[in-house]
Design a protein around this ligand. Structure first.
Ligand SMILES: [Zn+2]
Length: 397
């Protein structure tokens, strides 16, 4: 195992002998290629080994016929500062989550900050500070997109303009602050959109004491870009309301690990029937009352694939390309020009599935054998997943 470099450029990296290459593209989820060439953190070419220029590589990785997929994106996390969560007083949760294949996380609000400010100046200051902080700090390379203000009553259009100009690109969950009525939320969501800030709305019952119910009608009226934890976080709306949201809204359908599992399956099946699987994205909604879930996205992929009977290669797209497209990120696809953020997996040892995809469709999670971010190997065999049957090998470095 080569040294793990934490910064600097990757140089030329050749990833060869790939057995299964998942693309992240839900219209074409499996690529007919066995080699990826990376240059300075970006995918330069994809194809057959014999047809690509693989000479003079700084790093060569033999994948030993296992699977390479885009790094997983957790669309819904609640970071605070650093690699620490006050919610469960836990250190190192982001780095641990990287061992579950996550290479990018998106904040749905830094809501667990002790003494979180709720006055408008404080709300804006916190968002800008969180955005800057995680822009400068990447635990083991993980990209944490943070600085997601929780909107409060009294905010005006110029607040959103100011936030945007300061680099804030996300709203935290609408509904966690004092703005809970549909008409009020809608006005602020439109201001946010006008200035290039993406919005997510809380869906369902209160998550913790002090938060409130956001029902179907508020969600439809507010029309945020992402229907956050459509299966509740934890308490879900009635299943028929969730199915109605899938049908009546055209926004992203976000299913989370820390939600109602029965309704998660209902939402996935509604999307399947409505032929809008490209709208489905996945998150953990952690850290939260349920703790930190380093394997949350992998567990959700296996859960949805097995229980909603959706092929695993499509469900991987929920957590990769779909999220990247909806969130407008240059990650999430195995595609020329994208960031070389990749997860290397194989079937877990002693799963009854004969292949990686079959094992996931049977409900088992895969073993992670390596994680790469920006072309740099960040870990070898995961310390958190069940052991992969075969792991990649770094031949030169
Ligand atoms: Zn929520």
């Amino acid at each position: 195992m080569a040294d793990i470099v934490s910064d600097g450029k990757s140089g030329k990296v050749v990833i060869k002998n790939i057995g299964l290459l998942l693309s992240g593209n839900i219209d074409h989820p499996i690529l007919d290629a066995d080699t990826i060439v990376v240059h300075d953190g970006f995918i330069q070419s994809i194809g057959k080994f014999s047809e690509l220029d693989t000479s003079n590589a700084k790093t060569v990785i033999d994948v030993h016929q296992t699977c390479v997929a885009p790094g997983l994106i957790d669309s819904h996390v609640h970071p605070v500062f650093g690699d620490w969560t006050p919610r469960q007083n836990q250190l190192g949760w982001i780095e641990s989550t990287m061992h579950g294949g996550i290479t990018t996380m998106i904040s749905a609000g830094e809501v667990h900050l002790p003494g979180r400010p709720k006055d408008i100046v404080g709300v804006k200051a916190l968002a800008i500070t969180a955005q800057r902080s995680f822009d400068n700090f990447r635990p083991n390379g993980v990209k944490v997109l943070a600085g997601a203000p929780i909107i409060e009553k009294g905010m005006v259009e110029s607040d959103f303009k100011e936030l945007s100009e300061a680099g804030v690109k996300l709203l935290g969950e609408v509904g966690l602050g004092s703005v809970k009525a549909g008409y009020e939320a809608r006005e602020m969501v439109l201001w946010a959109r006008k200035y290039g800030i993406q919005s997510t709305i809380h869906t369902g019952g209160p998550s913790i004491p002090g938060s409130g119910l956001i029902d179907k009608d508020v969600i439809l009226e507010a029309d945020a870009d992402v229907i956050g934890h459509i299966n509740g976080g934890h308490t879900s709306l009635p299943e028929k309301d969730v199915c109605e949201l899938c049908e009546k809204s055209s926004r992203a359908i976000e299913i989370v690990h820390n939600g109602n599992e029965k309704v998660a399956i209902a939402a996935a099946q509604a999307a399947l029937q409505l032929k809008c699987l490209h709208r489905v994205i996945l998150g953990t909604d952690g850290p939260a009352g349920s703790g930190v879930q380093p394997l949350g996205i992998l567990r959700l992929i296996a859960f949805i694939s097995s229980m909603a009977s959706i092929p695993a290669e499509l469900v991987f797209c929920f957590a990769t390309g779909n999220t990247a497209t909806i969130r407008q990120l240059n990650v999430g696809f195995v595609e020329v020009g994208r960031s070389a953020d990749l997860v290397f997996m194989d079937r877990a040892q002693h799963t009854s599935g004969k292949t990686l995809l079959e094992s996931i469709q049977l409900g088992d999670i895969p073993g992670v054998g390596m994680v790469m971010i920006d072309g740099i190997v960040r870990c070898g065999r995961s310390r958190n997943t069940p052991p992969a049957t075969q792991v990649p090998e770094v031949l030169t470095h």
